[in-house]
Design a protein around this ligand. Structure first.
Ligand code: MG
Length: 230
């Protein structure tokens, strides 16, 4: 909290852009196991820390990364389809991830304050995206979700956040991003948006600071303090 920069211009705040995995849902544990098992089918090791460091990429980008590392080439469309299907199947078979403690309270508070709620995720997990609106009824709308299906380039490319700015019609300084992953923070900062990192994973705070976060906090309560009491 000490390194927090002052939130000048928050009087103009119009919206909060939420990342999904590791921010709205406590889902990164499931994702990391699913990715590791999907690659284990090929005899490849994808350690937990690597999963967290690469969180935010689209599925195909993650698969290309491993193919480059292991075989020195990109994956074919067929290989991507097969592995992502396996990963999704494993993920869908697990216990449904729970919302992050306090996250719906933060959304309700944001809504009462007149702020729009947008979701900006690299995820292409159709099941989870469908459930998002049902789980957060009255808070999250289908038309305010930017997913892996809406962009060509996933995080760390700024396209997901630039797409959210374009669709919402807001300027970068009218928005705050809540992220948990290094590549997500990079993407949001490259789009010029103030970014609060909640460290809900296994990486050190330092990695999140180095990715360019404007604040690094432990939980949703700390986010509320930054947004609503400055
Ligand atoms: Mg995330």
């Amino acid at each position: 909290m000490q390194k927090e920069r002052l939130l000048n211009g928050f009087v103009t705040l119009k919206a909060i852009f939420f990342d999904m995995d590791g921010v709205i849902y406590d889902s990164m544990g499931n994702h990391s196991v699913a990715w590791s098992k999907a690659f284990a089918h090929l005899g490849w090791d994808f350690p937990l820390e690597q999963v967290y460091l690469n969180e935010g990429r689209t599925g195909s980008s993650t698969i290309h990364l491993l193919y480059k590392e292991k075989l020195g080439r990109l994956a074919s469309d067929e290989e991507i389809g097969r592995i992502y299907e396996k990963k999704s199947e494993l993920f869908d078979g697990m216990a449904k991830p729970k919302p992050l403690p306090g996250i719906s309270g933060l959304m309700e508070k944001a809504k009462r304050a007149g702020l729009e709620i947008w979701v900006v995720t690299g995820s292409g997990q159709a099941q989870l995206l469908e459930e998002l609106c049902a789980d957060f009824l009255g808070l999250i709308e289908k038309g305010k979700i930017i997913s892996g299906f809406d962009v060509k380039h996933g995080k760390p490319h700024p396209e997901p956040y630039l797409t959210a700015l374009a669709r919402s019609g807001f300027q970068a300084d009218q928005v705050v991003v809540i992220e948990n992953a290094p590549l997500g923070i990079e993407a949001a900062k490259a789009a010029g948006i103030y970014t609060i990192a909640i460290n809900t994973g296994i990486l050190s705070d330092d990695i999140l600071w180095k990715s360019g976060a404007d604040a690094v906090v432990k939980g949703v309560g700390d986010v509320e303090k930054i947004i609503f009491t400055v």
